[in-house]
Design a protein around this ligand. Structure first.
Ligand code: AHR
Length: 494
């Protein structure tokens, strides 16, 4: 029996709904095929954006969508993606498989996608191969209301009103694919570029500087020291690789208990990263004004055998569901500093929500976790005291349970629980301490007897949430049975 206590009257602050953000890059079949099929496609679409995918994404309440990259962002020249589609120049997507990019999905199409799914745009600008002038003009094109060269160009392209664009990234992975810069050099570049990312009218831009790759604490130190006061957010990228080795990351679907364990153990290191990067940021920003923006996270495996290595297509199993649940719980725990997170990537790439094949679409186990957890968006984080048993594998141990709780605007409590153990279930007993009384409990669970269970086009509903029937709520004590390798969300109401 695992004992826990929810401190219902205490809160650490709000769980910014932007933590439930996503990322869509011009990479493989994410944008083209996955989202954009063009207006003349036989696949039902609205203005070229496929209807099935847009409806599924809308159902996730996606708060914010990052685009156009990733590494692609630092090769992207936005003026190539405006105006009549047939006149847009074609380019080579050198980073991702050397495919021809026809630029049919550009600024207007991205904002239309955001409109259709109800997400806020997060645009990532080009520092690596772009210029300050080009970035300045893009912001003017998107957000200037009135008479100006770029606003006039936008109007000539059919969009009279400026768009609202709150989030803007100044470069991506500037330490790597975005220019191989040193932190001192990038900090100065950031200051220069960010100066010209203007606030027009009432469009106030939240400026995001390129942050560290996983454990590079020196990058955070230098950026905060040299440029902290010029930014609103600092990004962080951390991918979960089962082996920890880029050359052979491991298979998405062919794995055993050992790979299950190491994948979850590596996922839990997100906690260490958020703690350490926050501690450095605290030195320069004790009021926690600057947010950590985890704008790339998720699993990264060897590509699906037979698929283009540059397309990063991988399947998504119950293991990915656990990775999603653990990370989201950790973001909740660090909600005072984590302002946004964007899982990589929305459709057909890495830890995707959706996989497509022609006109068909399936939802992944990760999708179901995001759908179940959406109740936490903008809710008050509520602390949970828990003494989790250890999950021991070989010589190593990690906590068996990952939990977090929040209170929504209507006063309902939502408790999310991941049971990391590959073989052992857990009985959870939770006391509710505080003044509010709860009389009803219900829940949903995502679980499967096979650790590597996944949805396919032939069997799209193999992994999907079900009602959690083992819940009891008596005299202010909640009990529930959590099967091995499962993710659950339990809701308590008055
Ligand atoms: O998400 C795939 C790639 O991973 C992104 O383009 C890049 O930023 C990161 O290295």
């Amino acid at each position: 029996m695992v004992q826990a206590k929810i401190l219902t009257d205490r809160t650490k602050g709000k769980i910014n709904r932007a933590i439930y953000g996503h990322f869509a890059e011009h990479l493989g079949r994410c944008i083209y095929e996955g989202i954009w099929v063009g207006k003349d496609s036989p696949i039902p679409n609205t203005d070229g954006i496929r209807d099935d995918v847009a409806a599924a994404l809308k159902n996730l309440n996606i708060p914010v969508l990052r685009w156009p990259g990733g590494c692609f962002a630092d090769e992207y020249h936005w003026q190539d993606g405006i105006g009549p589609a047939e006149q847009r120049p074609r380019m080579i997507n050198t980073h991702w498989g050397g495919t021809v990019e026809n630029n049919h999905f550009g600024t207007h199409e991205f904002f239309r996608l955001c409109e259709l799914i109800g997400a806020e745009p997060y645009v990532n600008g080009n520092v690596g191969s772009g210029t300050v002038y080009e970035m300045q003009q893009w912001v003017e094109y998107m957000t200037f209301d009135g008479e100006s060269p770029m606003a006039n160009l936008r109007k000539a392209n059919g969009r009279e009103q400026p768009w609202k664009m709150r989030y803007f990234g100044v470069g991506n992975e500037s330490w790597g694919c975005g220019g191989n810069m040193r932190p001192e050099y990038y900090a100065d570049e950031y200051r220069r570029y960010a100066t010209y990312v203007r606030n027009y009218g009432d469009n106030k831009v939240y400026k995001i500087a390129c942050g560290a790759s996983d454990f590079d604490y020196n990058w955070t130190e230098v950026l905060m020291r040299e440029a902290g006061r010029f930014m609103d957010g600092l990004s962080l990228h951390y991918y979960t690789l089962p082996t920890g080795v880029w050359k052979d990351k491991g298979s998405a679907t062919e794995f055993g208990e050992a790979e299950w364990f190491t994948t979850l153990k590596r996922t839990l290191r997100m906690d260490e990263l958020l703690t350490q990067h926050s501690a450095i940021m605290d030195k320069y920003d004790p009021d926690q004004r600057v947010g950590i923006i985890v704008d790339e996270w998720g699993t990264w495996y060897n590509v699906e055998p037979g698929s283009n290595p540059g397309f990063l297509y991988q399947q998504n199993t119950m293991r990915d569901a656990l990775v999603a649940g653990i990370n989201l719980n950790l973001f909740h725990h660090h909600c005072e500093r984590v302002h946004m997170a964007n899982i990589a990537q929305t459709v057909n790439v890495l830890q995707a929500m959706i996989l497509t094949e022609g006109g068909k679409m399936i939802l992944t186990p990760s999708y179901h976790v995001f759908e179940m957890f959406k109740v936490h968006q903008d809710a008050e984080h509520i602390p949970v005291e828990i003494e989790s048993p250890l999950y021991t594998f070989g010589e190593e141990s990690i906590p068996q349970l990952s939990v977090s709780c929040s209170k929504d605007a209507a006063g309902k409590l939502n408790l999310s629980v991941c049971n990391l153990h590959h073989a052992e279930g857990a009985t959870l007993r939770v006391e509710l301490s505080g003044t509010a009384a709860y009389s009803a409990a219900e829940g949903r669970i995502l679980a499967h007897a096979e650790l590597n269970a996944y949805n396919t086009f032939a069997e799209p509903g193999k992994v999907q949430p079900e009602a959690l029937r083992s819940i009891r709520l008596e005299n202010g004590v909640l009990t529930a049975e959590l099967p091995a390798a499962s993710v659950a969300v339990i809701t308590l109401s008055a």
